[in-house]
Design a protein around this ligand. Structure first.
Ligand SMILES: [Zn+2]
Length: 83
């Protein structure tokens, strides 16, 4: 009787392990939204470090250097920091 229980437990563990394995398989979840951004230049937010498409980034020149930001909030924090 105990052997049967152990066997059932073993099957249960194997089943959950298999499920975890299947879910971790790469290439199952492909994000098609990345394709639309292909070829567009990515710029780095000088404040938070996020990469944003050039067309969506806020641009600001500070002391002759060009900086890009993901949002006005980041831009304001960055320019505030610099005085
Ligand atoms: Zn940002």
């Amino acid at each position: 009787m105990i052997r049967l229980l152990l066997l059932a437990l073993l099957f249960f563990l194997a089943y959950t392990a298999y499920n975890a394995f299947v879910r971790s398989l790469p290439g199952r979840k492909t994000l098609p939204k990345d394709k639309s951004r292909e070829g567009e230049e990515m710029v780095r937010d000088s404040q938070c470090g996020t990469f944003v498409p050039r067309s969506m980034a806020l641009e600001k020149s500070i002391k002759g250097e060009k900086h890009f930001f993901c949002s006005a909030k980041c831009r304001d924090i960055f320019t505030g920091k610099k005085g």
